[in-house]
Design a protein around this ligand. Structure first.
Ligand SMILES: *Cc1c(COP(=O)(O)O)cnc(C)c1O
Length: 340
């Protein structure tokens, strides 16, 4: 691969802006394991307040945040229900099983990305010594960049309530969803007992996620965070970036979504590319088998970085992708097809 000129791999590749770095440098800090870091405390109170929930916990990553949620909802030998392609089931190295002794109950997805309500209900185990105890249902929104409708989330919440189960939201990109739905984050997350949100994706912070929820869950998660080695000390330096992101980088997510649509329009002009219209900042592109390998090679040569090879690609817009990146990348793609 040549030097990357247009980095569409992920919204995790963003670098802190000058303003964000200034906020980090100026942050008041203390020892957060003692509860003494005023900036971490401010971030936790701020996000808990935004969601209208009791408490929040600043953690190093979304992976740790989801793991802490599962370890707080479940004990050894308990079970969580999640989609077969849910990030916390597929992409987190089996942490809940390895570190929490928590069994997954994965469920297949329907064409729209949701799990069928009847499938969820059927997977909940009766109280019987043969079975693991089902404790929590996990949803993800956005899911592969797709916005899952609010009505669906409320219907799953009804199931959870009827069966006395917890409900967790992997809302790594929750603000991308609320941007599209035009909803307040508190209303969006209201059905959930716990919510994980990444500060280091579209919001542009270098590090960090937050787990938000009921007081007793967050207290348990704080103990588990220490156990997992996630108790950080003067982490106000990082929390300051998160606060800056909440102040400055939420409203602008609409720009990422607009640029993803522009990319989709430009790419879909080529018959060999099948482009799924993006809801948010993630675009899925299928290249016809005849050109897939040549197209991958060409993009790499031109410094256009995407994730995926031989057919399916993921293009992600983010705070460091400008209008010029979009038009520049589209012009280079046009040239690939003109030459053939
Ligand atoms: C990125 C992501 C996570 C995990 O976040 P990391 O900070 O990379 O550990 C969890 N869930 C979803 C849906 C994500 O996209």
């Amino acid at each position: 691969m040549n030097a990357i000129r247009h980095d569409f791999r992920s919204d995790t590749v963003t670098k802190p802006s000058a303003g964000m770095r200034a906020a980090m440098a100026a942050a008041e800090v203390g020892d957060d394991v003692f509860g003494d870091d005023p900036t971490v405390n401010r971030l936790e109170q701020r996000i808990a307040g935004m969601l209208g929930k009791d408490a929040a916990l600043f953690v190093p990553s979304g992976t740790m945040s989801n793991l802490l949620a599962l370890m707080s909802h479940c004990g050894r030998g308990d079970e969580y229900i999640a989609g077969q392609k849910a990030h916390l089931y597929v992409n987190e190295a089996g942490g809940a099983a390895v570190l929490g002794s928590i069994q997954p109950q994965p469920i297949g997805h329907q064409a729209d990305g949701t799990m069928a309500l009847a499938d969820i209900e059927a997977a909940i185990k009766p109280d019987d010594a043969h079975y693991a105890r089902t404790r929590v249902i996990c949803l993800e929104n956005t899911f592969g960049g797709r916005v899952i409708p609010m009505d669906y989330m409320r219907a799953v919440a009804d199931i959870a309530r009827r069966h006395d189960l917890g409900l967790h939201l992997d809302g790594a990109r929750a603000f991308n969803a609320t941007t599209v739905l035009g909803m307040d984050i508190a209303a969006f997350t209201a059905p959930f007992d716990s919510v994980s949100i990444c500060l280091s994706k579209g919001l542009g912070a270098p590090v960090g996620s937050v787990l938000i929820g009921r007081r007793n869950l967050i207290d348990t998660a704080r103990r588990h965070r220490k156990m997992l080695g996630g108790g950080l000390r003067q982490s106000g330096l990082l929390a300051a970036a998160g606060l800056y992101a909440l102040d400055n980088n939420v409203a602008r997510l609409a720009d990422d979504h607009r640029r993803a649509r522009q990319l989709a329009e430009g790419l879909s002009r080529h018959a060999a590319l099948t482009v799924t219209a993006p809801d948010t900042n993630i675009l899925w592109v299928d290249a016809h088998a005849d050109i897939a390998e040549a197209f991958d090679t060409y993009l790499a040569e031109q410094g256009i970085a995407v994730i995926g090879r031989y057919g399916q690609q993921r293009w992600v817009t983010h705070i460091d992708i400008t209008d010029d990146d979009v038009s520049g990348a589209l012009a280079l793609v046009d040239r690939f097809f003109e030459r053939r």
